[in-house]
Ligand binder design. Sequence first.
Ligand code: UT7
Length: 324
Amino acid sequence: MTLRSVVLGCGSYLPARTVTNAELAVKVDTTDEWIVQRTGIRERHIAADGELTSDLATQAAKAALTHAGIDAQSIDLIVLATSTPDQTFPASAVSVQTNLGITHGAAFDLQAVCSGFVYAMATADSLLRAGTFKRALVIGAETFSRILDWEDRTTCVLFGDGAGAVVLEAQELPGTREDRGVLVSCLRSDGRHKSKLYVDGGPSSTGTVGKLRMEGRAVFKHAVAMVTDVIRDAFKATGYTAQDLNWFVPHQANKRIIDDSAEKLGIAPEKVVITVDLHGNTSAASIPLALDTAVRDGRIKRGDLVMLEAMGGGFTWGSVLVRW
Ligand code: UT7
């Protein structure tokens, strides 16, 4: 028998305000046609003034707890993946903890940009399998609208705000690849690429928050190769193949990257969960938002084999193979 991190439930939250491509075309020199053709994005949600990353995260966490049918008091670990925390410190995770009325256990933020949720799943999984904690909330939450340069058409049309969460529980299972829960995670980073996607401010450098800067074409060039590598690592570690997957839930940055990755791996298009059209790129929130969408509409069911994958600033990238 071995400890596995089993998914008990998931939830998500999107700010009420939707911004279409047509609305952005009024502000910057772009068109709906360009954005849809190059990215697949049609609209995104933007947080209201005063609506914080921890507020979005709290709503997603509450939805996940309700879906799991458990009380917040049984959570002893909160890992919040975000690059847009409420403040430099304390971690936004402790605000979520307080909002949920939890005063025990541990809560911390984790920053791996768009790969944040994959990193957070891997981290929570390790802590649960070590027996250190029993039940974890793993959250991805972002207010990227706050770090966008709204005059830069090459970036401002791409991103959105939102949050998603899953509840993981440590369970004793046989230890085979047929177990439910996280089966393997593969994490990578390579800081030589750090200037291709970054924020031009920070507490230790400029003393300001800064704005997002990206060499989109350079990121695009690396994305497919990097994500297919870590997915192949996950297949190698478990003996599964693309044909065994029920669902592929990639980071939602660009539909072309998703389509190319799926094709290269031999994953059938009908197994790919796409939400980038409605959410834009919500960075660390994109995977749990997509997961929750596909669970709520009945696609992802208990026992399904689901591959999560992300790539982002750093570069960081990674995969998590989970049996739902
Ligand atoms: O989540 C983290 C990881 N991030 C990503 O995965 C993003 C990866 N990159 C991408 O998704 C794509 O590179 C973009 C969507 C950002 C850009 O698509 P692209 O096909 O690589 O376009 P490009 O950057 O090569 O730009 C093509 C043209 C340029 O004009 P010229 O130089 O050919 O005259 C741009 O100036 O499109 C122009 N352009 C725009 N035109 C209308 C750039 N942004 C826009 C815009 N509207 N919003």
